[in-house]
Design a binder for this molecule. Sequence first.
Ligand code: G16
Length: 540
Amino acid sequence: MADAILAAAAKHPKPDLTFQYGTAGFRMKANLLDSVVFRVGLVAALRSRKLGGLTIGVMITASHNPPEDNGVKLVDPMGEMLENSWEAYATTLANAPDAEVENVYHKLEKDLKINPETPARVIYARDTRTSGPKLVAALVDALKAAGAEYTDYRLLTTPQLHYLTRCTNTEGTPQSYGDVSEKGYYEKLGTAFARAIKGKKIVGPVTVDCANGVGGPKLAELVKYLPKGSEGGIDIKIVNDDVLRPETLNHECGADFVKTKQRAPPSSKAAPNDRCCSLDGDADRLIYYFNDPEHGFRLLDGDRIATLAASFIGDLAREAGLAEELKIGVVQTAYANGASTKYVEKTLGLPVVCTPTGVKWLHHAATKFDVGVYFEANGHGTVVFSQQALKAFKIKEPESPAQASALETLRALTDLINQTVGDALSDMLLVETILAHKAWTPREWDLTYTDLPNRLVRVEVADRNMFKTTDAERKLVEPSGLQEQIDALVKKFKDGRSFARASGTEDALRVYAEAATRSEADDLASKVAALCKLEGSIKS
Ligand code: G16
């Protein structure tokens, strides 16, 4: 096997670059990724062996990034993101000189006390990018060289791979998460959705913009398993599902476009008040929106989905007589609109935890609650239920028909919601379920609180790594003095708040600002961006 790794590594030479495991794995221009994907394959084999042969997932995708990018991320056995400490091992292997890959691999094996005789099992999938098949070939070379067993699930959304990883590892156990197949995923969601909306009416269609990514064909498949609008179910109109022209991926459409530009895709033909939503390139983010005849474009982002879900599940828990025993909480990042945080704390009366950007951080914090609702403002998130909550939903004896119905809806939600990771398809069915239960249009949802105007700016700097943050990314510690300048600016704006952080998926700095009015938010964002740009050029 040793020779096999050395020989295989030589076929995937490393370019003269330093690679970083970012917010969601390695991500960059696809033509630079061959050696990285190969080495991630080796890490997957090591991780599986370390865990006694449990199956590890590898997803090849660059999600919201442009078509020429790609990326690779690892999925741990229960469908969570790779354990944090292993990101460092992946980085070490990714940066090892070609001739050293085999030595580094064996050093990790030794240091981590991994038995090379233990079986290694890996499953993998990719999104629709043209660079995908070649990167898959690099991955397979590594898996063969490391002696791992593997299964190719071809094209999947990222959350589908997370689901399959958990199903594979729990198959035949009391914790079984579902049938180990793509069909099993659709069946589970379809059945749970039918149970969750039983007796309720979904008014009008929902138009889903699939970012011209893998979510398009997968949603078309899922629709076959859902009760149809004509039968009291859901009427889904799929748009931007062109996967035959790869250059259209995430181009002027998709969740990232809608959230950052704060407008509908230019191709949208939605009429006023039509319910619309957008997925991103690998269907793990979801953003809703509609056109208000009076106020124009209205965005219902991840913060809105979190508040909607938290209030609905909180109400159900009360109706089911379980409010006292279940700790419900919301997890956000610094990007959460200040008005949403206030709404959760003051109106819903629930605790809010703030973590750094990246689902890995939010998910972890959410598991500390019995019902942990976590969403990034960009639409990435889900709800996780503790074992205690699942047990309570199961064993609670209803004392009235209303309690029985609340309990049944809660049970259906635990199947409908993809608890492994944020899943745009599952989240969309969750939102549709809640709106049907509340008999709300997007307008009523929008009226729950008023967002503070905000702006997100992408700033290109020579070296984004010189910007270092603390306090869940809300403050810069480096370059020194910059935070004080930002604070001085913020003070001049009513309800002003702003922060800057290096992106972990793009070679850029992100600046966020909010303030009492749209023009002030724009002004604050552009002033903070200018400060950062200046600092970035002085120190580089
Ligand atoms: C990934 C992460 C998200 C994160 C986003 C942007 O999303 O999974 O948690 O919010 O990147 O991160 P950054 O600001 O560091 O670039 P996706 O949908 O691109 O995989």
